[in-house]
Design a protein around this ligand. Structure first.
Ligand SMILES: Cc1cc2nc3c(=O)[nH]c(=O)nc-3n(C[C@H](O)[C@H](O)[C@H](O)COP(=O)(O)OP(=O)(O)OC[C@H]3O[C@@H](n4cnc5c(N)ncnc54)[C@H](O)[C@@H]3O)c2cc1C
Length: 460
């Protein structure tokens, strides 16, 4: 990048907010996704909307690629500057502008860390439900842009269910506002939904209005052990069919159970084909009634054992097992790919079997855990990126996993987004015409293709 352009960017945001040292650039050349890295030419941290607007206007004029970035925890290479150019770091946008308890709404900047928003709304007896595993590091802008979910997705949904309004800077620097505090607002195309989950390919989000919900009065957690995977699968569907929607309904397969037990020694049954981890929340009387119903359904579906948490310590032990799933699997090998193929919940056992078949066929190690209640599986492939022969097998296994998800009526991503890794499979899900519609939207909003170029919808 020419020095005079760097000087122009420094004039916009201030010298101290422009990084060009190799050591600094290296830190922004990768994110949480294995296998992707590329050095940016410059890292720019704007401090307000006007600065974002000026940076984008200049980048657009000069056709310089721009990669918006929050905390860089995404799992789809969403922030990796594959064509060099600018990493646009949004972490200086960290103000919670307003908590409007009367309207159950908060307005915040995109660099606010999600758990900080939750701490701020807690004193009003409210929660912001999307809770990815990275809740203590991920930003609101990153989670909204990835449409992130988490453990509570079954009952509470994902980010798109909470985004009510946005301020967005377009690729050419124009600033638009869409949505807001109105619960009912059907005017025009739903631009708020369009920019939510757009993975930074359509505009840079500079302000976010989100819906809040009352914090549940109480919670009850339990663990059910199944010697047969099919019985666990039947129990998942039967719980929902019994008209109980747990806040959380998680599954771990045998490979994950063994690995977690080896790592965390939390007393998991290593011979079980599956365990379900379940939590119901809400008003105390309702929670008691729903927990009793869930236990009845689990028994009817041949759970070998059901352990109900009697106090906070026992509840913590149950969730410690689930929280250990990813670190335990990640410890096995140098590289971890966490996928998020998602299927209708009734197809969870079929999906787990398809993953196990892919693992056996291509001789790779895969543990599967995930949000069974909403069909969002996390087949986790552990391998070594440096072993080229192994990586060929890993990618073949991924091909099989995504093909199986689509064949089962599922989707490539329940919460992690597309970015680069799943891009080759997008046509399989959307068809040529579906992809063409998305590429047309991209070109209309970003004709020079500067924003996260090459990701989500491919090359312009
Ligand atoms: C251990 C681990 C556990 C995880 N668990 C979960 C989970 O349970 N559920 C889940 O959904 N995800 C999970 N993730 C993935 C990740 O945390 C989420 O994708 C999160 O939303 C990323 O937030 P971030 O601030 O790090 O965003 P980044 O990674 O910085 O960016 C994510 C995307 O958003 C874009 N972006 C960032 N800010 C803006 C902005 N202001 N305007 C426009 N575009 C922007 C970027 O270009 C990029 O495409 C996990 C990741 C890890 C490493």
């Amino acid at each position: 990048m020419q020095n005079q352009i760097i000087v122009a960017f420094k004039k916009i945001v201030g010298d101290e907010h422009v990084l060009t040292n190799k050591e600094d650039l290296l830190c922004y050349s990768y994110d949480a996704t294995p296998g992707y890295s590329h050095m940016p030419d410059v890292v720019i941290s704007p401090g307000n909307t006007a600065e974002v607007s000026q940076v984008l206007a200049l980048a657009n004029k000069e056709k310089i690629p721009v990669y918006p970035r929050g905390s860089g925890t995404n799992l789809s290479a969403g922030t990796v500057p594959m064509k060099g150019g600018i990493v646009l770091l949004m972490t200086r946008f960290r103000e919670i502008i307003e908590i409007d308890a009367a309207n159950l709404v908060a307005v915040a900047e995109p660099g606010v860390v999600v758990s900080n928003l939750n701490k701020a709304v807690e004193e009003f007896g409210l929660i912001y439900p999307p809770d990815p595993g990275t809740v203590a590091t991920a930003t609101l802008g990153g989670t909204v842009s990835e449409n992130a979910g988490g453990l509570r997705g079954l009952k509470y949904g994902v980010s798109k269910h909470y985004v009510m309004g946005l301020e967005v800077v377009l690729a050419d620097g124009r600033v638009i506002h869409c949505g807001g505090k109105n619960v009912k607002d059907v005017a025009g195309y739903d631009l708020t939904k369009l920019f939510t989950g757009a993975e930074g390919t359509l505009g840079v989000i500079t302000k976010i209005t989100v819906k809040l919900v009352p914090a549940p009065e109480t919670k009850k957690a339990m663990m059910a052990i199944f010697s047969k995977l099919d019985n666990a699968g039947n129990a998942i569907s039967a719980i929902i069919a019994s008209k109980v929607i747990p806040a959380t309904l998680e599954i771990m397969d045998n490979a994950t159970i063994r690995t977690v037990e080896d790592y965390a020694h939390v007393g998991l049954p290593v011979n079980a084909e599956a365990v379900l981890l379940i939590e119901v929340d809400g008003i105390a009387e309702v929670v008691e009634k729903e927990a009793a119903k869930v236990i009845e359904v689990l028994k009817a579906n041949k759970a070998d054992d059901i352990q109900v948490a009697k106090d906070a310590a026992q509840r913590d032990r149950i969730w410690a097992a689930r929280r250990a799933a990813l670190p335990a699997l990640a410890k096995l090998r140098p590289t971890t790919f966490v996928e998020d193929a998602t299927v209708p919940r009734s197809k969870v056992p079929d999906m787990i079997r398809a993953v196990n078949n892919a693992a056996a066929k291509h001789k790779v190690t895969i543990g599967t855990f995930g949000h069974a209640g909403d069909g969002n599986m996390h087949p986790t492939i552990v391998c070594d990126l440096r072993n080229q022969e192994e990586m060929i097998r890993v990618h073949k296994a991924m091909d099989d996993i995504f093909a199986a998800a689509i064949a089962l009526g599922g989707t490539l991503s329940g919460e992690h987004g597309i970015g680069l890794g799943k891009l080759p499979y997008m046509k399989d899900q959307f068809g040529a015409d579906g992809m063409n519609v998305m590429q047309t939207i991209k070109k209309a909003l970003d004709p020079n293709c500067i924003l996260n170029s090459g990701k989500l919808v491919g090359e312009c």
